[in-house]
Structures are given as structure tokens and as C-alpha cells.
Design a binder for this molecule. Structure first.
Ligand code: SF4
Length: 234
């Protein structure tokens, strides 16, 4: 078990480093850093961007982009509505649509809501969510800088694995969310998120730790935070 914990620790550090490097490259190349310039969320690590990057004109462009992302996401949520497209609608308390910056460069995609998420209607708010929040903080970001959602928007009973017909019914809305956001990096949390996005059957152990591609967007698969919590020392 200590070896496994060490492996997971390295995995987490690798992931944080890879994503952090990506953000730093954005700064070096003068790309849009709208996710770092939201009101109240300017992050000290990245505040020293390229000269002019934080100028008034740049900020107003970022705000327009953010508004576009917000409206696009509103449309997706409106289309989802009080969804009854699969049987998971029968047992849910709340639809967990997703939350965060609709113009984020970084999107986290998990598997499905758990009990806490179902109760609150928000993604990743239980123990695994608290760990994810710490991972995001380790990147020098906050939850409102990124976007967080799941493959399924409703909780499977007893937190069982998603079924193919449920993924089939719900995935179009994830695709629309990602199209609305147009992120540069997606972090796929766990086997189902990685396999669904990448259309591969390989386990997370084979997919994790390197970038893949999803419709031109970089995808970094990694362990689900719940898995990390189940392993002592992780
Ligand atoms: S899981 Fe998705 S498709 Fe199924 S009812 Fe919930 S929102 Fe609709």
C-alpha cells in the first residue's frame, strides 16, 4: 500500500505540474487568460502576466467572452430542462448540471453526482470534492476559475457505475457544455470520464498521466479524487 500511495502522490504532482505548465505557457505566449482575470479571483501566482495582458481593453474583451460563454451555457441548461431522458431522473433529488467559469480554459469532468452532490445540486461538494478543490488550489486557481461537471447529471442509485444507455442519453449535454466553454484543457477524473471522452476502453491506469486529444482539446486523464481518498496517504 505505501508503494501505491507514493505512486498516487506522484500522479497527482505530475498532473498539477502539467496543468500548471500549460497555464504558464499561456502566459508566455500571450494567450487569453480570461479565467485568471475574473473579478476577485486574480491569482497571485499568475498576476504578473505579459505586459498589457491585464489592461482595460483586454479585460473588457474577456468579459465579453465570458458573457458569451455564460449565455451559451444558459442555453444548454435550458435545453436540458427537467430532464427525463433516462431512468436516473426517477431517483434524483437535483440535476447536477455543473458550475464554474463558462469561459474557463480548464474543465474538470467527473463521472456522476454522489449523495452530497444530489442533495445540493452542485458538482464535487463531498469529500472527493474537497480534495478536488485542494488540487485546484495547488494549481494556483480557485473553483470559480475553472468549470466542473460530470458525464451524468443525475446520481446513479447507490453510486453504482453509469450504464451505457445513461451515458448515451446524457453525453450530448456534456458535449454541448464543452462546446460552449471551448476550454484548452480537460481533466478527466476517473475511468468513466476518461473512457467516455476518449472513446477508449483502456483502464485509467493505462490512460492517465499524459495528454490525449478530444476534438482538438487536450485531455489529461487522472484518478478520480474518490479513489485517492480510498488509498491511505494519498
Ligand atoms: S442522467 Fe442526464 S439524461 Fe439521464 S435524466 Fe439525468 S440529465 Fe437526463
Amino acid at each position: 500500500m505505501p508503494e501505491e500511495s507514493e505512486e498516487i502522490r506522484r500522479e497527482l504532482l505530475d498532473m498539477v505540474q502539467s496543468l500548471r505548465s500549460h497555464i504558464e505557457q499561456d502566459i508566455e505566449r500571450g494567450r487569453s487568460l480570461s479565467y485568471l482575470h475574473l473579478e476577485g479571483s486574480l491569482t497571485p501566482h499568475f498576476s504578473a502576466g505579459k505586459p498589457g495582458a491585464a489592461g482595460g481593453e483586454h479585460l473588457s474583451v474577456n468579459r465579453r467572452l465570458q458573457q458569451n460563454g455564460f449565455h451559451a451555457m444558459e442555453k444548454v441548461q435550458h435545453e436540458l430542462g427537467d430532464c427525463q431522458r433516462c431512468s436516473l431522473s426517477q431517483g434524483r433529488t437535483n440535476i447536477v448540471f455543473g458550475e464554474g467559469n463558462p469561459d474557463a480554459n480548464l474543465v474538470f469532468v467527473g463521472e456522476a453526482p454522489g449523495a452530497d452532490e444530489d442533495a445540493q445540486g452542485r458538482p464535487f461538494v463531498g469529500r472527493a470534492g474537497q480534495l478536488l478543490t485542494r488540487i485546484i488550489a495547488a494549481m494556483g486557481l480557485s473553483r470559480k476559475d475553472v468549470y466542473i461537471c460530470n458525464i451524468l447529471k443525475c446520481r446513479p442509485p447507490g453510486n453504482r457505475n453509469p450504464k451505457p444507455d445513461e451515458i448515451h442519453a446524457c453525453e450530448p449535454f456534456l458535449i454541448k457544455q464543452i462546446r460552449a466553454i471551448q476550454p484548452e484543457v480537460i481533466c478527466a477524473l476517473g475511468t468513466f470520464a476518461a473512457q467516455t471522452l476518449l472513446k477508449k476502453e483502456a483502464p485509467i491506469t493505462a490512460l492517465r498521466g499524459r495528454f490525449h486529444s478530444y476534438q482538438g482539446i487536450k485531455v489529461m486523464p487522472t484518478y478520480h479524487p474518490a479513489y485517492l481518498l480510498r488509498n491511505a496517504g494519498a
